[in-house]
Design a protein around this ligand. Structure first.
Ligand code: FNR
Length: 367
């Protein structure tokens, strides 16, 4: 199969990429003190050297007291963390790559006992950890304003240290997605209720970021139907709903939609083979990124159970076929890039026999 389409340069909204390959954001928990260090620098430098066009960093916490949910997560707030990220950015640029941080707030997934202040509980639109289960802090108007400001500040700082844009983490059941998902958002004020009212929090974050970074700095939004709390959830069930859902984000200034699915080849709606990124591109006219088991054979027996576990290398013919129809613009690769830092170069040179399988134990080592 001719893979040259994957290696065609891409230009949009003040972003020019050498090729269509994006490194998917992946949490690695290798930053004690919440500061990126030499391990993080080398990890990203290697993937840029291996030919990735655009790296999206692991989720990095904005400067809000409840943003973090796990140990050893790098933050994008505070002088030390920003100085650490600047070294990552410079190393990636020196290899000819581009890089954006993924701005993250975990919301109600946070538990007390987690850094930086162990006393701070999880925060959620309605304090729900799972639908129907109330266990954490219900966000006030002031909390909402603080979180919006923390995203805007993180984007401004990202721009000032040389990142090539930002990705807002609106997916997978974390805080922004908790506002989008009726199951965790039971608010009856301006931040909850109808689909449109549930989009308001994310829209205000996009607007606040735009106001800080200006019109020329690329802003991406990652969103998903699936939630880690429940893989079967769908935010939108028809193309018309998707149109209603994405319009406020486009108007607020999103340049690229990163449409997170677990298997890129799955059709999103009945009657068409288009996937999630395909529909988002068709509906918004904006560039989109597809993702989900690219270059891997996704083996799963029970729904969800084996997701993101071990997987073997697999053909990308179906992906190239879809790219040739302009279904989406960019392709994010996750686990295959953990296993093979030089995945793009190996695909380009058709040198795929020595591609390694992804195994979960690789997560113990940052290499
Ligand atoms: C992830 N994923 C993820 N997504 C995200 O938006 N922010 C994150 O911080 C993480 N963290 C993360 C860690 C690990 C170890 C894995 C395996 C995955 C999801 C990831 O970006 C991607 O969407 C999926 O892994 C599917 O792509 P692949 O791995 O099938 O190519």
């Amino acid at each position: 199969m001719d893979t040259s389409l994957l290696f065609k340069p891409f230009e949009t909204a003040n972003l020019s990429l050498n090729n269509r390959i994006v490194m998917a954001p992946m949490t690695r928990q290798f930053s004690p003190g919440n500061v990126p260090n030499d391990l993080n620098i080398e990890y990203y430098r290697k993937r840029a050297a291996g030919g990735v066009g655009l790296i999206i960093t692991e989720g990095t916490c904005v400067g809000h007291k409840a943003a973090n949910g796990y140990p050893n997560i790098p933050f994008i707030a505070g002088d030390d963390a920003l100085a650490g990220w600047k070294k990552v950015v410079d190393a990636v640029h020196a290899e000819g790559g581009k890089i954006m941080p993924q701005l993250w707030h975990v919301g109600s997934i946070r538990k007390t006992g987690v850094e930086p202040d162990p006393e701070v509980p999880g925060f959620g639109p309605s304090g729900l950890v799972m639908p129907g289960k109330k266990r954490c802090h219900v966000m006030t108007e002031e909390d909402i304003a603080d979180v919006i400001a923390s995203f805007a500040k993180a984007a401004k700082d990202a721009k000032s240290i040389g990142f090539d844009g930002v990705e807002i983490h609106g997916a997978h059941g974390y805080l922004l997605d908790q506002f989008l998902w009726a199951g965790l958002n039971e608010r009856t004020d301006a931040w909850g209720g109808s689909l449109i009212k549930r989009t308001r929090f994310v829209t205000e974050i996009v607007k606040a970021i735009r106001a800080e970074v200006g019109p020329d700095f690329p802003v991406m939004l990652r969103w998903s139907q699936w939630k880690q709390q429940d893989y079967s959830v769908r935010l939108v069930t028809t193309p018309a709903e998707m149109e209603e859902f994405l319009a406020p984000f486009t108007e607020a200034g999103v340049d690229i939609f990163h449409c997170s699915s677990r298997r890129f080849w799955e059709p999103e709606f009945e009657g068409s083979s288009l996937n999630l990124a395909g529909w988002a591109k068709k509906i918004t006219g904006k560039p989109t990124i597809t993702v989900g088991s690219v270059g891997l054979d996704a083996v799963f027996t029970e729904e969800g159970k084996k997701d993101f576990n071990d997987a073997k290398p697999a053909s990308i013919d179906n992906l190239i076929e879809r790219l040739s129809h302009d279904e989406f613009d960019l392709v994010a690769v996750g686990r295959a890039l953990i296993a093979n830092p030089e995945w793009p170069q190996k695909i380009q040179s058709q040198n795929t026999d020595d591609l390694l399988s992804y195994t979960k134990d690789m997560l113990m080592k940052l290499a």
